[in-house]
Design a protein around this ligand. Structure first.
Ligand SMILES: *Cc1c(COP(=O)(O)O)cnc(C)c1O
Length: 478
């Protein structure tokens, strides 16, 4: 009973007073081992916010504290919130879409050797810019320059942050304040706001468009050349194809024209094939070596498209031109980091043996997988799911032929035949199931076709099958 002199507490105040104090809760957090397991300020923040949620309900719903507050639910909510907050935001996902070079999903998964080399180099000091023989400073591409020259037949090479950066650097270093001649058929937008007309302007050069959208002749290039012309730029149209009445001069003709006038030919190759993939039934994209052999002075390409390596912009070509790029101030701004160089070196070493490269580099392995192999994988995936879910009758599974895509703006018209595992759960909308798969701690990204979830085994690693089987069990129990 309150003493007479004390003001009577309102019912609400006395109910709120039953809630534990923050200090008390922080001691409890310590007793429960949340401290020092989690950062102190974060524990404090989440304890307060959890407490506020309960307080708001005590006020809003006129409930008793004991109806709302139980130590077990309180602490399990706090612990879950702490774990969620500290879980990695950038994390692995399973790519079941069949799009091999999926830019939104990180493009190329790296070869095991590359992952090992990145781990080996990044947790310690390294000889990134240090010559161990002389004990003096060196430059950072030495670990890959000779390899790139060997694989491409070029005299010199360098690497920057990505291919968009490589093109910008080449234009800035070779054409600043002068003219760049480009065919109207190659003034493309690659995606992610990389557009050739704009990148030329950004590089400080003046764009001289020549020809028509569908056809450009050698004489169009020749007519555009004047004393202000710095380079003839060729661009791989990547995610876009011209069909029908079309034509571009042969690269050799363009090179001969450039030589006649003392003008360099630069080519943005986009994907940059180091292997001839024709043997695997893929389209005959020229390899970097073939482009170099045709006399192009400088070539740029991505590290994470058909090369299957880390994000990088690779430049190979004439020594004097590469030297100009290396010395340009923009090169410092586009500098490549040690982890990328470590990974790139390992991937390039895989290409020294073309036969094993296709086995070791996941992107190439996925692109060259045979239909028989894909069918077998689809069957194995089905088997893994059926075994795990003990043939639950709500789960419907069927294997169907379908097509995968190369992605990454490479080979846009190419259909890669595949066999997919299609899945449905009786009574559940596939949109809901798809959303659930994305929201798991180990997310799975799938396509929906005609209300079926589609798993394309081309882009799924076989060691991910058990995880997919577990996820299917979760879907059935949703
Ligand atoms: C992909 C592509 C680029 C951009 O390369 P990133 O490595 O993504 O910066 C530039 N040019 C062409 C022709 C491309 O295909």
């Amino acid at each position: 009973m309150p003493k007479k002199s004390e003001p009577q507490k309102s019912d609400l105040q006395s109910r709120l007073a039953e809630l534990p104090a923050v200090d008390e809760l922080l001691h409890e957090a310590f007793r429960r081992g949340l401290l020092p397991r989690f950062p102190r300020t974060l524990v404090g923040e989440l304890v307060r916010s959890q407490l506020k949620t309960i307080k708001d309900r005590v006020v809003g719903e006129s409930l008793q504290v004991k109806e709302l507050f139980s130590a077990e639910t309180f602490w399990s909510a706090v612990e879950t919130a702490l774990e969620e907050f500290l879980a990695a935001n950038l994390k692995p996902v399973i790519n079941a879409t069949g799009v091999v070079i999926h830019t939104n999903l990180g493009r190329s998964p790296l070869a095991a050797a590359a992952v090992e080399q990145i781990a080996a180099v990044s947790g310690r000091y390294s000889n990134l810019e240090y010559d161990l023989e002389t004990g003096s400073r060196s430059i950072r591409y030495v670990n890959v320059e000779a390899l790139l020259c060997r694989l491409s037949g070029a005299e010199a090479a360098m690497v920057v942050n990505n291919n968009a950066g490589a093109v910008l650097l080449a234009l800035s270093a070779l054409a600043d304040g002068r003219e760049v001649v480009v065919s109207r058929g190659e003034l493309v937008e690659i995606g992610g706001a990389f557009r050739i007309p704009e990148i030329v302007v950004q590089g400080g050069a003046l764009l001289r468009e020549v020809g028509a959208t569908n056809r450009t002749h050698l004489k169009d290039y020749e007519a555009a050349i004047n004393e202000e012309t710095a380079i003839l730029l060729k661009v791989h149209t990547s995610n876009y194809r011209l069909m029908g009445f079309t034509g571009q001069p042969e690269v050799r003709e363009l090179v001969a024209l450039g030589r006649k006038h003392g003008i360099s030919v630069v080519e943005d190759l986009g994907s940059g094939n180091l292997l001839d993939l024709k043997a695997y039934g893929l389209p005959g994209e020229p390899t970097v070596r073939e482009v170099m052999a045709s006399g192009v002075d400088l070539v740029t390409f991505s590290g994470d498209k058909l090369l299957g390596g880390p994000q990088a912009g690779i430049v190979v070509g004439r020594r004097d031109l590469v030297e100009k790029l290396k010395k340009h101030p923009l090169n410092r701004a586009l500098r490549i980091d040690k982890m990328t160089l470590a990974g790139l070196e390992a991937v390039l070493k895989c290409f020294l043996d073309p036969l094993t490269a296709v086995e070791k580099i996941p992107t190439l392995k996925m692109l060259t997988m045979t239909e028989a192999e894909l069918k077998k994988r689809a069957q194995n995936l089905r088997r893994a799911i059926v075994r795990h879910c003990q043939a639950d009758t709500r789960l419907e599974l069927k294997i169907e032929s379908s097509t995968s895509r190369a992605g990454g703006g490479t080979m846009p018209m190419v259909e890669l035949p595949t066999f997919c595992l299609n899945l449905r759960v009786a009574g559940q909308s596939s949109a809901l199931l798809e959303k659930y798969l994305r929201s798991r701690p180990f997310p799975i990204v799938v396509r929906i076709v005609d209300d079926w979830l589609v798993f394309d085994p081309r882009t799924i690693f076989t060691d991910e099958f058990p995880e997919i089987a577990r996820a299917c069990q979760e879907l059935v129990n949703l």
